[in-house]
Design a binder for this molecule. Structure first.
Ligand SMILES: Cc1cc2nc3c(=O)[nH]c(=O)nc-3n(C[C@H](O)[C@H](O)[C@H](O)COP(=O)(O)O)c2cc1C
Length: 354
């Protein structure tokens, strides 16, 4: 089936403008999402194949491969993602205010490198609309796989008001989130990545943590697991600073990494501004995962993302210290059977865990 995608479906999709192709795929997945029984059926079928469930942050993940943020920005097809064989899905990035993102074209393919460059700029319908959709879809009652919600800063919010902006999204979306990913690392929202620095990060994380604890007490629930998503362009000293803040404030994990503004190897001539993802990002993402795992002595769960392009690259992330991996660009180049292929291939690595 993977060969069918490679030989037939991908060439057809790649004849279209990259964002148009994405929109067509989204249409298909939204359609599938409406048939919850069919989604459940495929989800169960995928789980019957030898994929290893794991528990992390108090959540049950049926396998180790998740859909990375950015693919389902408005939470329109999370049930279809379970049907594709993903073990979790991270929707978003959602911002408090709806926003159109940057002008098109803003997504570019580099097939020879198995890479994408995007400068989408958090195009999304806003936290209220996404919350309404999740409610209408019954996400407050039942979710087949853990649903992460990735939140970011609205473009119009000043850095000094960022915490209030994230907090607004947190309150609107908390009833539907199995975990939150705090995105401070997209290169396409001006100044956003400054939130990773010690000047802003502790204040932002503290505000969200306090709100989370307060909500949990009020409702008699456990706090929602909170993770921070970081950039591959931080140096090790900057990563140390982020780790200190994350550990001090009792965050549950880290997602490494977002897209890079570097242009390694043959992409040095690619002059489209934006974040690079896919194969050329992989080496740096693995390096960072390994560093975090060592620096925290394995105490901080890591979700690895960046250039998972085959089972070997996914395994490399696990070996470097990631507990879960996420995929975006690999899905574009390898097609809909890729998540379950990777999940199956990774299963034996967890034999000792359970
Ligand atoms: C078109 C596109 C849009 C993305 N949008 C987001 C986003 O909204 N929020 C986010 O945290 N990451 C976003 N990402 C980054 C991915 O979640 C992921 O961290 C990155 O692409 C590396 O993984 P990959 O090499 O498997 O794509 C986006 C990536 C792409 C290619």
């Amino acid at each position: 089936m993977g060969r069918f995608y490679e030989k037939v479906a991908r060439p057809i999709l790649f004849m279209q403008d990259p964002e148009r192709a994405h929109e067509n795929i989204v249409l298909g997945l939204k359609f599938l999402h409406n048939f919850s029984r069919i989604c459940d059926f495929f989800h169960r079928m995928n789980q019957n194949s030898p994929s290893r469930p794991i528990q992390l942050f108090g959540l049950d993940f049926p396998n180790t491969v998740g859909m990375a943020a950015g693919m389902d920005k408005n939470a329109q097809f999370w049930r279809a993602s379970a049907a594709l064989g993903f073990g979790h899905v991270e929707v978003g990035t959602v911002t408090l205010k709806p926003q159109p993102g940057n002008p098109r074209p803003r997504l570019f393919r580099y097939p020879a490198e198995k890479a994408l460059i995007n400068r989408m700029g958090f195009n999304n319908e806003g936290a209220k609309a996404v919350a309404d959709r999740l409610k209408a879809d019954g996400a407050h009652r039942f979710r087949q796989i853990p649903l992460g919600i990735n939140i970011g800063k609205s473009k119009s919010a000043d850095l000094s008001k960022a915490a209030e902006d994230y907090l607004g999204s947190f309150h609107l979306l908390a009833d539907y989130a199995d975990y939150f990913a705090i995105n401070v690392s997209s290169p396409n929202t001006p100044a956003l990545r400054q939130l990773q620095g010690h000047k802003y990060l502790p204040g932002l994380l503290k505000t969200l943590r306090e709100a989370n604890i307060k909500r949990a007490r009020k409702l008699g629930l456990k706090p929602i697991p909170m993770l921070v998503k970081i950039s591959p362009d931080l140096d090790f000293q900057e990563i140390d600073s982020v780790l200190t803040d994350i550990l001090d404030l009792g965050y549950d994990g880290i997602i490494a990494t977002n897209t890079t503004i570097e242009r390694p190897g043959s992409l040095s001539a690619a002059n489209e501004p934006g974040g690079l993802s896919g194969k050329p990002l992989h080496h740096r993402a693995v390096q960072i995962i390994r560093y975090i795992h060592k620096a925290t002595e394995g105490r901080l769960p890591i979700i690895g993302t960046g250039g998972v392009s085959d089972p070997t690259s996914a395994g490399r992330m696990i070996d470097a210290g990631a507990s879960l991996v996420q995929i975006y660009t690999g899905l574009v180049f390898n097609g809909p059977f890729f998540p379950s292929t990777v999940a199956r291939a990774l299963a034996p690595r967890y034999e000792d865990w359970v």
